[in-house]
Design a protein around this ligand. Sequence first.
Ligand code: NDP
Length: 443
Amino acid sequence: MTGSQLNPVTKHREFFGVPGALGMVLVLPMVIPLLYFVTNENYCIHGVSLDIEAIKKQIPSTWTQLSNICFHKQSWLFYLSWFSAITTLDLILPGKRMNGTQLRDGTYLTYNINGGAVSSTVVAIIAARVVSAKNYYVPELQFVYDHHLHLIAVSIIFSFAMAIFVYAGSFVPLTHENGLGTRERILSINGNSGNPIYDFFIGRELNPRIGAWDIKLFCELRPGLLLWIVIDLACIHHQYHQYGVVTDSILLVSALQAIYVIDCSFYEEGSLTMLDITTDGFGFMLSFGDLAWLPWTYSLQARFLSLPQNHVHLGWLNSMLIVALSGFGFYVYNASNNQKSEFRQGRLENMEYIKTKTGTKLLCDGWWSKAQHINYLGDWLIAWAWCFTTGFRSPISYYYVVFVGGLLIHRQMRDDVKCSAKYGEQWAEYKRRVPYKIIPYVY
Ligand code: NDP
């Protein structure tokens, strides 16, 4: 395969092309601190009116103030130690060796699937820190709560640095990998337009690696996802130490989110078939999304509930209803993802499918006969359950359900374009047999 056959130039541009990519690189990093400015002890949006003055007061107005936030020494030390510790665990802890999906040059990348071991070790370290009176090597959870804004800034800057690193790295010729000798880097089908802004945003290289260490899978499943749990715990810690209570709402949302994260860690082989891993390059979109956006915005419900003005007491009945909704969503999400994964591994042969021109099969039975992305419905129901823990005081605590709803609809549209191009008539046939996109009989 020649270079241009292996890495065709990207013609179709998503996200409104270069202006959209540039806009997102510039605007999205500002949204995370903005969410913090409207969800803290001094000011939290209630109802529909905004107190602009209260927000303005918190925004740094001089370079000194801004640099004090962005270059806060202890926060950098914390974040770099966190990232290095998780990287070390990822590299040294044993796991199952698994191949990813077949690449365009016919080869497979091997992954060390050790998410369960890494997350269990992190949980054990945090638990040891919480129960021990003195431990000078691991900071208190309160540090994370008190330096929320500093750590947001650090994570954003770090995610930019990571995106620059992998973009620059994508131009370095690959000479040796896994003993295969000289081979070309495989670029993302979407991120090889030749425009530096667009490719930097989408991600130019499909699977940037240092040796056998896969940067994309690591960022997708380790530092940001586990930090989310640490932030939730820090919110509980703060509520308890500052106000002497731990509300059932904050416990419930943190427990439900921890289950979601632990599930992603223990069943990480399922991630090997995710769009992010198989199709998207690793660039700013994923680096920023995984390392900054996910931990600091997905933890918003816990942060909201930790504030004195939002101590929500759910009681048993509401808690049970939320658990039931979350359990149902989790069931749909897990059962459908597992069914597709098992089917693609050659099991479940008696289920109905459409054979495509590329040789792969599209399942159109079981969960996958209900909607084209029935797994997204499960995720969205889980999102509603998390947001319901916050009651109905403020629209801001429903940010996640709106965000993830939009994200999943957009993903469905992107996947439709991808599968139409890949499977042509067979994808059209699949859509005829399974007409609903995400929600059966509705959408
Ligand atoms: P899917 O798991 O739905 O994967 C889509 C791919 O699966 C398609 O590109 C195609 O790939 C294959 N496929 C599609 N239809 C079929 C079929 N009928 N039978 C067999 N294979 C099929 O999407 P995602 O990767 O986007 O999501 C994975 C999970 O992660 C979801 O549950 C989603 O909710 C969750 N997620 C959550 C996010 C969050 O922030 N909460 C963000 C992103 C994802 P191929 O080329 O192999 O045929």
